[in-house]
Write a protein that binds this ligand. Structure first.
Ligand code: ZN
Length: 277
């Protein structure tokens, strides 16, 4: 069984459950967190009614494993926006807040309340877990290339500052497994968009590399992790507080849900969860 552990994460493998945790977050006993791997699927596959039972069972398993309650789960309806919201109270008392209209078009959730287990999902996109140990604020955000280009990580930090007076110098930001520069191949349109948005960083040569030529068309490889590192540092997050899992979801698609590696219209979803106990 391949072990994905590295200096930033530990990989826990059990018979019917598998997940990673960030070493830096494990130092804080007041929070629970994880990112789940392929043995658990949190996807609804366009049929919420059919798959809700399966998703509930899988939340049960992972919540029990990390010592939280399933009914604490708050999962927004992600649509690749840069919208983030503060959540201080759940809608449902005894059941998860999942796929509820109040969370429509929200790709990030933030709270300073305990017993709210923020959960986002991915299959190649980046999931960010934020923690401010001084003000006791957590956030969880989903950022594919669209979220990265519209700078959702910046929106999260701004809202943590505005609402809870977080100091960026205190904030820890962890990045889940996601599609990396080795596999994030795009066409000219996305590359041009990237150039236009991130020209100002003067780091386009590092961000965009030439990829393959497919059917006479040049492809490009984009480093969305680097873009987000730059965005986070520009917001005042300390370099040592930006913790990358260093795992490509396509390279490790045997273990990790990956839309691109699936090559089909069906793929599962992993989830990142964070809760203040
Ligand atoms: Zn890769």
């Amino acid at each position: 069984m391949k072990d994905l552990s590295n200096e930033n994460i530990i990989h826990i493998q059990k018979e019917d459950i598998e997940y990673i945790q960030f070493r830096k977050l494990l130092k804080y006993k007041e929070i629970a967190h994880c990112y789940t791997l392929k043995k658990l699927d949190f996807g609804f596959h366009q049929n919420v009614e059919k798959y809700m039972g399966n998703v509930k069972t899988n939340y049960d398993k992972i919540c029990k494993e990390i010592g939280i309650e399933r009914r604490d789960i708050v999962r927004p309806i992600q649509t690749h926006t840069n919208h983030v919201m503060i959540v201080e109270e759940k809608v449902n008392k005894d059941e998860m807040d999942i796929c509820l209209n109040v969370y429509q078009d929200m790709d990030g959730v933030i709270t300073n309340k305990s017993k709210l287990a923020l959960s986002t999902t991915n299959a190649d996109c980046i999931l960010f877990l934020f923690y401010d140990p001084v003000k006791q604020v957590i956030a969880n955000a989903h950022s594919g290339w669209k979220g990265t280009f519209s700078k959702i990580a910046v929106e999260v930090i701004k809202k943590m500052e505005e609402t809870y007076h977080s100091d960026p110098r205190d904030i820890i930001c962890c990045m889940s497994p996601s599609i990396r520069k080795c596999h994030f191949e795009v066409d000219d349109d996305v590359k041009t968009l990237c150039e236009n948005i991130f020209q100002y960083t003067n780091r386009l040569e590092e961000i965009i590399k030439l990829g393959r030529i497919v059917e006479g068309k040049q492809k490009y490889l984009i480093d969305t992790i680097l873009i987000n590192q730059i965005l986070l540092e520009d917001m005042g997050i300390k370099t040592e507080n930006i913790i990358d899992s260093k795992i490509c979801s396509v390279c490790e698609s045997e273990k990790i849900h990956s839309k691109r590696a699936s090559g089909t219209n069906t793929w599962g979803l992993g989830t990142a969860i964070i809760e203040l106990r």
